[in-house]
Design a protein around this ligand. Structure first.
Ligand code: UT7
Length: 323
């Protein structure tokens, strides 16, 4: 019988410090009006000094485990999407494993930048469908505030820190689109566009570096590729836009989110929106939005959810799942 990877718990964590747009007006030639009208962002959270990605991830994981009614040792694997791991190695996932007191199973990171959570869901789904793991904790966690060039007004006003997590469990499916769980995955990348969004540091320079982005170009690719990947995933699941209850997009820019929803003939009433409160949290934005969407009473059991994301690489993709 076919195994489906079903979400049985979800949770999130946001650092305590909330930074409103007005914060940037004191040291940059920018305004709350510009940031809100160009991106939809009103505020974001920044991690405290010494509060690392694995700390955010572990807190989100604890919330998801509690929601699922499980202990850390009930989990077979941790898949953590991040581009801001605490150290070059070991993986932030193994740090989370230790922080949770998990003494079994395996843990690893996935690095696909803003598309990381979609890649992580796809990977966890493959582990479950192949029978290699029965319960997988899938986390997206980032501290992008540590990658900002605070003199670059085109990027530093856009990003924030946070973490979200889901617990996936293998449940028997019937190979029908009415099954609960992950129904289809579509993953893509095109390394020819690597210069549109990258961090100018790492092994090459010996320093962490700062995020660099050709915003307008990334915007153009996003509007085209997000609708495409979501459509491909829906088709693969044997479903269409009419079946969708919620789009849970990567939260980078309200204008991109609106344009993508429009391509499906939807308004924002079918979109879980958190960009105004979180900014762009890269791989954390989708699990944060899933968790907030459940907390708000938007996403309910049986709902058809489409997640889609694009980021550095370029890497992009979509996952269709029934909650
Ligand atoms: O998560 C990974 C994927 N990332 C994304 O999806 C981001 C995609 N890109 C975007 O969201 C948008 O391109 C931005 C929000 C980054 C920028 O919006 P835009 O409408 O593309 O603006 P722009 O970059 O074309 O800039 C327009 C103007 C420029 O001035 P000039 O050249 O027209 O005089 C910029 O210098 O706005 C200026 N500008 C700002 N002004 C005030 C850029 N940043 C700021 C700022 N405050 N913070």
């Amino acid at each position: 019988m076919l195994n489906r990877a079903v979400v049985i718990g979800v949770g999130h964590y946001l650092p305590e410090r909330v930074v409103p747009n007005s914060h940037f007006e004191s040291f940059l030639d920018t305004s709350n009006e510009w940031i809100v009208s160009r991106s939809g962002i009103e505020r974001r959270h920044f991690a405290a000094e010494g509060e690392m990605t694995s700390d955010l991830a572990a807190n989100a994981a604890r919330a998801a485990l509690a929601h699922a009614g499980l202990e850390a040792n009930d989990i077979d694997a941790i898949v953590l999407a991040t581009s801001t791991a605490d150290l070059t190695f070991p993986s932030a996932a193994t740090m989370v494993q230790a922080k949770l007191g998990m003494e079994r199973g395996f843990a690893f990171d996935i690095q696909a930048v803003c598309a990381g959570f979609v890649y992580a869901l796809g990977t966890a789904n493959a582990l479950i469908v192949a029978g290699q793991a029965r319960r997988v904790l899938v986390i997206g966690a980032e501290t992008f505030s540590r990658l900002m060039d605070w003199t670059d007004r085109g990027t530093c006003v856009l990003f924030g820190d946070g973490a979200g997590a889901v617990v996936l469990e293998a449940r028997p499916g019937t190979d029908s689109p009415s099954d609960r769980g992950i129904l289809a995955v579509d993953l893509n990348s095109d390394g020819r566009h690597r210069d549109l969004l990258y961090v100018d540091g790492g092994m090459t320079t010996g320093a962490t570096g700062h995020l660099r982005m050709e915003g307008k170009e990334v915007f153009r690719h996003a509007v085209e590729k997000l609708a495409q990947t979501a459509e491909t995933a829906l088709e693969r699941a044997g479903l269409s836009a009419a079946d969708v209850d919620w789009i849970v997009p990567h939260q980078a820019n309200l204008r991109i989110i609106k344009a993508t929803a429009q391509k499906f003939g939807f308004g924002l009433d079918k979109v879980v929106l958190t960009v105004q409160d979180h900014g762009n949290t890269s791989a954390a934005s989708i699990p944060l939005a899933l968790s907030v969407g459940v907390e708000r009473g938007q996403i309910k059991p049986g709902d058809l959810v489409v997640t889609e994301a694009i980021g550095g690489g370029l890497a992009w993709g979509a996952v269709v799942l029934r909650w």
